[in-house]
Design a protein around this ligand. Structure first.
Ligand code: SF4
Length: 260
């Protein structure tokens, strides 16, 4: 069963899936079972809104366009805020939707950054969040941060010291509350040791048990399979969709579940 794990490009989404629930990892990355959100559901609407914002941001950094559809006032506001947060001054090179891959000791890593901003000295990875709360400080130690910064530090063609890399989470709902996370040689070494151990653990797994914490199932797309219950039935009022995020959907789509 593990043979395809030798050729899997590990991403923040796949590692997060494993850490959340090994069964979820198996469904997605071994069985290739992708269970889309219902289009009209609250989660589906959230994903669609995030998808549109990511596309508008990509267009802005590619062409300078700050126009959003007239019938999307929220997206218009978000795009305007983005243009104020990161004006296209020419002082930095902007690379939207930048894909990076790295192979080291047989470990394949993959990421697609929302945006890279480079100057001669430093590089910043930007990641857009559209949750109903500002980026939390806990994101500094999140799988996404560790994978993204480690992978960037391995990109020989960028040739920057780890200390010259950082990641910034930014949410257009809270434009004045970005979260910046720096990097260092020590973090780089710790992240590589952690990634090696985690991926070795996944590759040698003989079982992929379901999580024992049913809280992890609340936003999981496989809930209908595991619990015979739809997301709509499971969703309480006022929940936040932090775990149902566009980045994850994007990475799954990018990877095609298990791209050789
Ligand atoms: S619904 Fe729960 S048990 Fe099933 S795959 Fe998702 S997280 Fe795992």
């Amino acid at each position: 069963m593990q043979s395809n794990l030798d050729t899997l490009w590990f991403s923040q989404a796949s590692l997060s899936a494993w850490l959340t629930c090994p069964l979820k990892f198996k469904y997605r990355y071994i069985d290739g079972l992708y269970w889309p959100m219902a289009a009209g559901s609250e989660a589906g609407q959230h994903i669609e809104q995030g998808r549109k914002f990511h596309l508008l941001a990509q267009y802005y950094f590619g062409s300078g366009n700050t126009q959003a559809p007239d019938d999307e006032p929220l997206l218009r506001q978000w795009l305007q805020r983005l243009a104020e947060f990161l004006p296209l001054t020419g002082a930095r090179q902007f690379l939207p939707e930048y894909e990076l891959r790295s192979v080291r000791d047989g470990i394949r890593l993959l990421a697609k950054f929302d945006l890279l901003a480079c100057d001669e000295r430093a590089i910043t990875v930007y990641d857009w969040k559209t949750d109903a709360k500002p980026p939390a400080p806990a994101l500094a130690g999140a799988v996404q941060t560790r994978v993204y910064l480690y992978l960037l530090s391995q990109a020989g063609h960028f040739a920057r010291r780890p200390e010259d890399l950082q990641m910034v989470y930014w949410n257009p709902r809270f434009p004045d509350q970005p979260l910046a996370v720096g990097y260092s040689r020590e973090k780089q070494q710790a992240d590589w040791a952690w990634l090696r151990e985690l991926i070795a653990q996944i590759r040698s797994a003989s079982a992929f048990p379901a999580t024992s914490d049913e809280m992890n199932c609340r936003h999981c797309e496989y809930r209908p399979v595991c619990h015979g219950q739809s997301l709509e039935e499971a969703a309480p009022n006022g929940l936040d969709w932090e775990e149902v995020n566009w980045d994850e959907i994007e990475e799954i789509a990018l990877q095609g579940v298990n791209m050789p």
